[in-house]
Write a protein that binds this ligand. Structure first.
Ligand SMILES: Nc1ncnc2c1ncn2[C@@H]1O[C@H](COP(=O)(O)OP(=O)(O)O)[C@@H](O)[C@H]1O
Ligand SMILES: [Mg+2]
Length: 261
């Protein structure tokens, strides 16, 4: 195996980054892929959704990043990789925000995460990174480690605002740090195709980016079931197999597999 590393990024909060990582991980797993999901957000929402009462978390990505910063030997992966159903995950914690503050003062620290993930590639088909809502050093580390980036967009409000900053950052990272990073695509989340606003935004995004960037064919519908599933720490497909959102995330996983490496 030689995992494809995909960062899910958008400096806006509430666009379904975490929900998308959670559900893509599950759906890729269902389709026979070996998946590792990394929570790289100090808010640790992905960790909460994966960790049940049986999971005793002792080591998180925060400690691993500290060690990497101090040039210390990293622990064995089995000490910081946990399992939930068909997905392996690396948890986060609030301490990751201290890491972020330290990264700002650390020289040449953009590739620290890339160096941590590189030896794990051989064990997985996909490594998905959930990022925090900023374009700070954590997201830069995630993008520097990634082969491609998925940008979730919530068509609700000012969807395309900020997208230029994000694409500029990605292009800079490609030029200066990580020449291999590709745009995997824009993923429209929380769509309500019944309303004209959503239709318009979806068309606007498609129009604006159709020459420069791939947009996932499938759009994720807004569904109350997604929030419910999140609350119970479940993927939407697991929670309600027939829900439209669950079916849509399965389609996203299929598109990803079709895209290849
Ligand atoms: N398709 C959807 N339909 C309805 N609610 C959704 C959907 N996707 C995500 N949500 C909800 O939107 C909120 C933000 O999602 P989240 O994945 O945490 O975003 P982010 O990680 O970008 O901040 C959460 O409360 C989540 O349950
Ligand atoms: Mg999140």
């Amino acid at each position: 195996m030689n995992a494809k590393i995909i960062a899910v990024a958008n400096q806006k909060g509430g666009v379904a980054k975490t929900t998308s990582v959670r559900n893509m991980a599950f759906s890729l797993g269902e389709q026979g892929k070996k998946v590792l999901a990394l929570d790289f957000d100090p808010q640790s929402n992905l960790t909460s959704s994966f960790a049940d009462e049986n999971t005793k978390i002792t080591t998180t990505i925060a400690e691993i990043m500290y060690k990497a910063m101090d040039e210390e030997q990293l622990p064995y992966p089995k000490e910081y990789i946990y399992t939930h159903g068909n997905v392996d995950f690396i948890p986060s914690s609030i301490h990751l925000s201290v890491v972020e503050a330290n990264l700002r003062m650390e020289m040449g620290s953009e590739k620290l995460l890339a160096n941590i993930l590189e030896p794990l590639r051989k064990d997985y088909d996909y490594i998905l990174i959930d990022t925090n809502p900023s374009l700070g050093p954590l997201t830069i580390n995630a993008l520097s480690a990634a082969d491609s980036v998925i940008i979730p967009i919530n068509p609700e409000y000012y969807a395309t605002m900020g997208l230029t900053d994000l694409t500029k950052t990605i292009l800079k990272i490609r030029k200066r740090i990580n020449p291999k990073i590709q745009f995997e695509g824009i993923l429209l989340t929380m769509c309500d195709m019944q309303t004209n606003l959503h239709k318009e935004v979806c068309e606007e995004v498609t129009e604006a980016y159709k020459n420069g960037m791939k947009i996932f064919k499938v759009h994720i519908p807004r569904s109350i079931r997604v929030g419910e599933a999140n609350r119970y720490g479940m993927s939407i497909v697991d929670f309600d197999r027939k829900s439209k959102a669950g079916i849509a995330y399965n389609e996203v996983a299929k598109e990803l597999i079709m895209n290849g490496n």
